[in-house]
Write a protein that binds this ligand. Sequence first.
Ligand code: ADP
Ligand code: ASP
Ligand code: MG
Length: 415
Amino acid sequence: MKFGGTSMAGTERIRRVARIVKRQQDAGHEVAVVVSAMAGETDRLVNFCREANPLYDPAEYDVVVASGEQVTSGLLAIALQALGAQARSWLGWQLPIRTVEAHAKARVETIDADALIAEMQKGVIAVIPGFQGVSEAGRITTLGRGGSDTSAVAVAAAVKADRCDIYTDVDGVYTTDPRIVAKARKLRHVTYEEMLELASVGAKVLQTRSVGLAMKEGVRVQVLSSFIDDDAPAADTIPGTMIVSDEELEGMDMERQLITGIAHDKNEAKITLTRVPDKPGAVANIFGPLAEAAINVDMIIQNVGRDKGETDVTFTVPAADLARSLDLLEAAKSEIGFNRIIPDTNVAKISVVGVGMKSHAGVAATMFKALADRGVNIVAISTSEIKVSVLIEEDYTELAVRVLHTAYGLDAVEA
Ligand code: ADP
Ligand code: ASP
Ligand code: MG
């Protein structure tokens, strides 16, 4: 069972979580619980690091931001004990949850679950702080924002759980963020592949890595609400959204939708380099240093060459990596040979995702037309087999998501 930040925000909510957990144990399950920091806490800690130094040491950042989950794991264990349950916390370095060295975006390598399993079999509820691990060198690492989902799936795989229930502040995965589009529809099932793509383009209900890991390890994942009454249906009846394989979905004999959902991402920043030499090797000089710093470049456009053999190159990076990116590019200025560097954080990426588009033409055209009709300008475009993404001005995010939700016929019909 995993509980997110909103579910863990304050003692009252932690008590509610404890009751939900205890109910599962009372129903005869052995349970491990992964928790997030209280809502807003990780942001607060990240800001401290930024204030201290915008180009902070990622290893020390991890020491700071991992602390939020230490607090909630201890508190949940206390709340469970208050209900008469046996419970204890295991911090990432205590289990341990081993990760690669990549600070602030580490990947789980192994989890030593022997002690955990032994205690669970004795009836102890294991409480594990999400988001954190320990590197080979013995230093604290974190798994990237939203990483508690990945911790939960990793723990579920390590203890060979029957299911990994992700309890959050919505009751499942919707066709788009239900906080933006009131007519979003809840999906009973979504395939790993679709969920992976939705998550990777910003549907933050599950961290992308958690979906990839669940797919690889064959972990059954359900997304459901923690804001439920004591007499709500048990998680075993699958009241939320189940992530399923393609074969499983086919067996259900449902009509496949062309488009599964629409996602938005305001956490990207756009960088334009002007007057880059239009010659072989120029782009390699730009993206080499970013790759070495493990900065993920997403959308890339190289504009039509100007005269004098020069061109402008525009691309996006995670907003959290913007300061570092600008620093690296400035340092490589003479090697790359650009004139100006123009950063822009006032952008959002809107994506349409659906396996159905593999065999359907016209998905992108519908998107461009719907946005054009509402006067939304497109700055950049990228596509994959099952996704079309556009970059737009951030102020138009909500409008764009709503318009596309309607354009693809996803709006819930009113009862
Ligand atoms: P937690 O703290 O539990 O991890 P998150 O805030 O990370 O919760 O994720 C849940 C949020 O994801 C919801 O409150 C919702 O606003 C947002 N969200 C974005 N896209 C979707 C979607 N397609 N379906 C459901 N929720 C979504
Ligand atoms: N607390 C971390 C974050 O806010 C991890 C998580 O909640 O999943 O990103
Ligand atoms: Mg989350």
